[in-house]
Design a protein around this ligand. Structure first.
Ligand SMILES: [Mg+2]
Length: 218
């Protein structure tokens, strides 16, 4: 059992969390393969599928592309409605598994009354799914790129997230993300940053816990 975060002992007033790669787990290879097969790729062409997927993801994340636009770009043809529904569902399922160790820290921070805001590059279906997750109520607010109409590292995404924390001084707010370019942009606005590399103890330490050794580095 991990002790409660000692929020009052730190000079942090709020935290802004990235989702995927911090709270959310990366998809497994079998999950990727399942999506690729559904999209009509052969399993041995997974890398090519992922290239097509990521090449169209930014406008999907930012809300410029809707579901049909995105999957038409990935597939090279417009998908039938039934296939589009399945692609959207399987894609969303890739991004909704969480790291229970990080979710545990969210519970502790909530108990310590530390405001937390989610700032995620996510298309509408993923944002909707995350809003329906059981841990979402721990967050003060959740901002998704498709709703903002822009992706991190656009500086206005951080300005919106900072405003959502209710804290005026960015120097008293920690931004946590697994992408260094996102952290660098946040730092330009004066936010404190943690480039997360997968060790929950790093988050715990930043939040001012008394028991950073609770998560062995296994
Ligand atoms: Mg991330």
């Amino acid at each position: 059992m991990v002790s409660a975060l000692s929020h009052s002992s730190t000079d942090l007033d709020a935290v802004i969390f990235d989702y995927n790669g911090v709270i959310g787990l990366q998809p497994t290879t079998p999950m990727w393969s399942g999506l690729a097969e559904l999209a009509g790729w052969r399993t041995e062409d997974l890398t090519h599928f992922q290239t097509a997927f990521w090449s169209a993801r930014e406008p999907y994340d930012s809300g410029e592309f809707d579901d049909t636009d995105f999957w038409t770009a990935v597939l090279g043809r417009r998908p039938e409605p039934a296939l589009l529904t399945r692609l959207r569902a399987v894609d969303t399922a890739l991004w909704t598994r969480t790291d229970h160790r990080v979710v545990s820290l969210l519970h502790q921070a909530r108990q310590a009354d530390l405001p937390m805001v989610l700032l995620s590059n996510a298309p509408h279906p993923v944002g909707d799914a995350l809003d329906a997750s059981d841990w979402r109520g721990l967050m003060t607010d959740a901002l998704y790129s498709a709703r903002l109409g822009m992706n991190k590292p656009h500086l206005d995404t951080y300005r919106n997230a900072l405003a959502a924390t209710g804290v005026g001084d960015p120097g008293r707010v920690m931004f946590i993300d697994d992408r260094p370019d996102n952290c660098e942009a946040a730092a330009r606005l004066g936010l404190r940053t943690l480039h997360y590399t997968g060790s929950p103890a790093d988050i715990e330490r930043q939040l001012g816990t008394k028991s950073a050794a609770a998560f062995p580095s296994s």
